[in-house]
Each structure stands twice: as structure tokens, then as C-alpha cells.
Design a protein around this ligand. Structure first.
Ligand code: GRF
Length: 199
């Protein structure tokens, strides 16, 4: 099974997938890493042949950038596409093109805290728990059907950085587990809900 990854930054989630593939926990290949930032460290985690990047900000029309991105994605024929720290809102045309096989990992317990600064917002709200979610990508930001979540307690003295660090530790196994469901054919988007089918 072929997995493509969209990412803008560090790429620790991509690394978790690569490590899981290397030691046999994830039965898949990473067939491309796509970034809107040519200098993103995430690109260095895969061989040159698997890298695609364009500076999204250099395009006058976002639709042109996303058409190129979509064509490049389609060219590597992915079964699944994962947004792992891709920090740009995806346009409707791109989302519809890959609907049902595009996933995102988001650092909050959705439906809480869509968008940015999720850790600070959870702290400000005084939440006792925080975490991360993997969900299907739909045109509305961070609003597609949730597949699975990882929960952690908020501890006294937590700040956004400490919370982000503990959530990230849980993101990695969560993403691997969901991708393994996906590549083994167990995951289906059914409108606003998700079915994780047994064997
Ligand atoms: C993760 O917290 C992810 O949930 C969020 O951005 C961060 C990306 O981290 N969307 P990394 O680039 O995978 O290390």
C-alpha cells in the first residue's frame, strides 16, 4: 500500500511512519513527501527522489499551487494521503480530488480546538484532558470524521510547550495505528462517520 505525506515542518510524525515501516509494524511504503516549504526539515527524512516541494507563497493564485500539488500527488498513485503537520488550509478542489483517502493528524481532542494554538487554548480553558485526533479531511477545516484519538491528562504546571511535547509522543503511535488500519482496508469514511471494520 502506498502512502503520501503532506508536511510543512519538522516531520516527527513522518519519521514515526518510516520507523514503523522499517520494523514491520506498518505494512506500507512512503511514496512521496510533499511540502509547501522547500526548506522544511521534513524533506530531509526521505531520499531526494521522494521529495516534492514548492513555495506556496510564491503563487499569486493558491488554486495553481494546489493543482500542481494535486497532479504530483496523483502521479505517485497513493492509496492514502496523510497530512502530518501540513500547515496550510487545503482548498475544496484538492480535498474533493482525494476525498475518502486523505487523513490529518490534529493536536487536540476534536471537535475541540480546530485550527491553531490548540495547546494554549486547552490550558486557557482549564481542560483536565488534552490530546490528538486523526480524522478524514473534508473541505471544512479539522471537521471531518474522527477515526481515533489519544488522550493525556493536563498536569499542574503544564505550559503549551510541555503539553505539546507529551501530546506529540502520543501522536506517533496513534498515527501508525490508524495508518495500519487504513492500509489493511479496515477504514471507511461513511459521510460524517467512520467505520473501522474488523477482519
Ligand atoms: C503535530 O503536532 C501535528 O499534530 C500538528 O503539527 C505537528 C507536526 O509535528 N498538526 P511533526 O512535523 O510531525 O513533528
Amino acid at each position: 500500500r502506498r502512502i503520501a505525506v503532506l508536511a510543512s515542518g519538522r516531520g516527527s510524525n513522518l519519521q514515526a511512519l518510516l520507523d514503523a515501516i522499517a520494523d514491520g509494524r506498518l505494512d506500507a511504503d512512503i511514496v512521496g513527501v510533499f511540502s509547501d516549504k522547500p526548506a522544511a526539515p521534513v524533506l530531509q527524512r526521505v531520499p531526494d527522489a521522494l521529495r516534492w516541494s514548492r513555495d506556496a507563497r510564491s503563487y499569486a493564485d493558491k488554486a495553481d499551487y494546489e493543482r500542481e500539488l494535486g497532479d504530483a500527488l496523483a502521479a505517485c498513485a497513493p492509496d492514502w494521503i496523510v497530512c502530518a503537520g501540513y500547515m496550510r488550509i487545503l482548498g475544496d478542489a484538492l480535498v474533493e480530488r482525494f476525498r475518502g483517502r486523505m487523513l490529518n493528524i490534529h493536536p487536540s481532542l476534536l471537535p475541540k480546538y480546530r485550527g491553531l494554538k490548540t495547546h494554549a487554548r486547552a490550558l486557557e480553558a482549564g481542560d483536565a484532558e488534552h490530546g490528538a485526533s486523526v480524522h478524514f479531511v473534508t473541505p471544512e477545516l479539522d471537521a471531518g470524521a474522527v477515526i481515533a484519538q489519544a488522550r493525556i491528562p493536563v498536569l499542574p504546571g503544564d505550559d503549551p510547550e510541555s503539553l505539546a511535547r507529551r501530546v506529540l509522543e502520543r501522536e506517533h503511535p496513534l498515527l501508525v495505528a490508524v495508518l495500519q488500519w487504513a492500509v489493511s482496508g479496515r477504514l471507511n469514511e461513511r459521510g460524517t462517520t467512520v467505520a473501522v471494520d474488523g477482519h
